[in-house]
Design a protein around this ligand. Structure first.
Ligand code: PEP
Length: 263
């Protein structure tokens, strides 16, 4: 269903009216985690200033440590919905458990499946049946083939509004949190008709790498990027070191307009 063999035209997925697909590079930005209404609204305004068309923000956070901030849950979803009302930005948010899909789908314009859940087949089937576009992140140790098979699980439930997201893979190198696999973008685009975007924030895990990796993503033909921004990253409850700050926004906006996508 997701293969390009039977579907030679590349697809465009619409999220709350915003297109993600060939001919455009869609910027999705926002806080890694929803912490407060003010923090989310400030981050959304930052995202908008940089040209974002969609707001990201996690209310359910899949954290490595059980002692780390796990997200605000439904209270976070309500904040996202309020901020959508205030800014007009449709929202992309993660769902980590099949049992929460219905709840998250009530608020979200797009459901995100994170790297740790790429092969959670019950979750994939549940989001496939939820009637919302899905962003499927690549598992950090998954091959491209496994990633596309995971997308197939979603598609099998009748939902072809799927956007693939390359977010870095595990390699031997410790200099960055993950290694952005730029080649995955054209490879996945050739094998599948689905749009492919890149997450430069979670790939590198470092603020100083976000803009260079964004340029790499755009140059290699990504259909969009998803970026963490935070009004006060030093106080962030999640992944502050990778969040862009106010001063980075001009350069981010420039990056998004400078490099036209390869068609
Ligand atoms: C995220 O985008 O908030 C996230 C946790 O990303 P990943 O699943 O790629 O680690």
């Amino acid at each position: 269903l997701v293969s390009r063999e039977n579907h030679p035209e590349r697809s465009t997925v619409h999220v709350g009216g915003v297109p993600i697909g060939p001919g455009t590079v869609t910027l999705i930005a926002g806080p890694c985690a929803v912490e407060t209404h003010q923090q989310t609204l400030d981050a959304a305004r930052m995202a908008q200033a940089a040209g974002a068309r969609l707001l990201r923000g996690g209310a359910f956070k899949p954290r490595t440590s059980p002692y780390a901030f796990q997200g605000l849950g439904e209270a976070g979803l309500r904040i996202l919905a309020d901020v959508r009302e205030e800014t007009g930005l449709p929202i992309v948010t993660e769902v980590v458990d099949a049992q929460d899909v219905e709840l998250v789908a009530r608020y979200a314009d797009m459901l995100q499946v994170g790297t740790r859940n790429m092969q959670n087949f019950a979750l994939l089937q549940a989001v496939g049946a939820a009637g919302r576009p899905v962003m499927l992140k690549r598992g950090m140790s998954a091959t491209i083939e496994e990633w596309l098979m995971a997308a197939e699980y979603v598609a099998q439930r009748g939902n072809l509004d799927i956007v693939l997201c390359e977010r870095g893979i595990r390699t031997f190198d410790q200099a960055t949190r993950n290694t952005l696999d730029v080649s995955a973008v054209p490879v996945a685009q050739r094998l599948s008709h689905l749009p492919v975007i890149v997450d430069p924030s979670h790939s590198g895990g470092r603020r100083d790498l976000v803009l260079p990796l964004t340029r790499a993503a755009v140059a290699v033909g990504a259909d969009g990027v998803i970026i963490d921004v935070h009004p006060q990253p030093e106080q962030a409850l999640c992944d502050g070191p990778q969040a862009l700050v106010e001063d980075d926004l001009g350069e981010l906006a420039q990056t998004m307009t400078d490099l036209p996508p390869l068609l």
